[in-house]
Design a protein around this ligand. Structure first.
Ligand code: THU
Length: 126
């Protein structure tokens, strides 16, 4: 856990958030033990901005990794922030039961899961 928190904090420092000034870091641990980190990356066209969680997840998936053990999300807030709705849906696609640890800079930790965060997940069935 310490390693994951450290990676998420490090990624957070790379956030590109000149519009919101809200920096977020994520670290996703694969079943094989590799850590994929991400930060939020904003854009002048606000809607094109990308959340830290999805950056981390897409890095992993694009490298062929789809089995995960845990996600740590770090932000600077008294009550550690939870993933946005879009990230919940995207995480659910790969890891519905994934443990998610919401952490602030003082390392207050709240444990939850993707399933708990998104109880009415949308599934596409052919
Ligand atoms: N943000 C994340 O990176 N993850 C979330 O789950 C919530 C929001 C980012 C997006 C944007 O750059 C900034 O936080 C403010 O919404």
């Amino acid at each position: 856990m310490e390693e994951l928190i450290k990676a998420a904090k490090k990624a957070r420092l790379r956030a590109y958030a000149p519009y919101s000034d809200w920096q977020v870091g994520a670290a996703l641990k694969s079943k094989e033990g590799k850590i994929y980190s991400g930060c939020n990356i904003e854009n002048a066209s606000y809607g094109l901005s990308m959340c830290a969680e999805r950056v981390a997840l897409f890095k992993a998936v694009s490298e062929g990794v789809t089995d995960f053990e845990a996600l740590v999300l770090v932000s600077d807030r008294e009550e550690p922030a939870a993933p946005c709705g879009a990230c919940r849906q995207v995480l659910a696609e790969f890891a519905l039961t994934l443990p998610v640890f919401l952490v602030n800079l003082q390392e207050k930790v709240i444990r939850t899961t993707v399933e708990e965060l998104l109880p009415a997940v949308f599934w596409f069935k052919k």
